[in-house]
Design a protein around this ligand. Sequence first.
Ligand code: ATP
Ligand code: MG
Length: 245
Amino acid sequence: MSRSGGLQYKTDRGPSLAACRAVRRGHFITFEGGEGTGKSTQAKLLAARLKSLGIDVLLTREPGGSPGAEAVRHVLLSGAAKPLGPYAEAILFAAARDDHVRSVIRPALEQGTWVVSDRFADSTRVYQGVLGNVDPNLIRRLEHITIGGTRPDLTFILDLPADIGLKRAVRRRGSRPRDRFEAEGLAFHRKLREAYLELAEHEPERCMVIDASAHMTKIASVIWALVDARLHPAETPSELENAVS
Ligand SMILES: Nc1ncnc2c1ncn2[C@@H]1O[C@H](COP(=O)(O)OP(=O)(O)OP(=O)(O)O)[C@@H](O)[C@H]1O
Ligand SMILES: [Mg+2]
């Protein structure tokens, strides 16, 4: 029993250690788009390029990215949650995202680390919101709770005709079974593409639509040019400078 009679008081600890050291917040970049459009490939290439400049980078993914969220990933992608309907799926994605943001993304950004995420909240807007007809107000409320101010600085939407993306995904998957969303029909994936393009139209400052039909090295250089122009990686303190500041 504490001297306050067992009551717990919240204390305001003031600015975080990172803020005291005046570490500049890292940038947050997300990759979005339909199945097989090259999100994982481009996220990896961008993270490697940033790292080669000495920038501290965290490459992560959704659903997942933290131990708690990875456990929920399996429930979502195996299709176990599909019979519960798109509302339940949206809530499960939000639960996973909440853990991912609180335990991985936000702490990394506060330490000055750049975060590159293979899918993030736009996937929920599009898959559950548009395709699943989940009330946009609920999607917004869930985003508010799970993300708060931790919004991406830049989002690349990789755009490709749905049939080409699905063929690429099939080739990459080999003999493994299709996941819950890959298993949807072509009409679903065509609508998905349209929904991403519409989303990009509404947030042109953040969302960059990238033609994903080019060679992957060409796409990587288009993406790099945009990151360079918008987020100025050359001016970012290196891992070493962050560590000693
Ligand atoms: N520009 C490209 N041209 C041709 N093939 C590509 C290109 N980019 C990636 N690929 C190949 O297509 C397949 C799918 O790419 P990747 O896994 O990066 O896509 P994804 O968007 O992450 O897919 P998923 O939605 O299934 O996670 C991989 O085999 C990859 O090597
Ligand atoms: Mg992928």
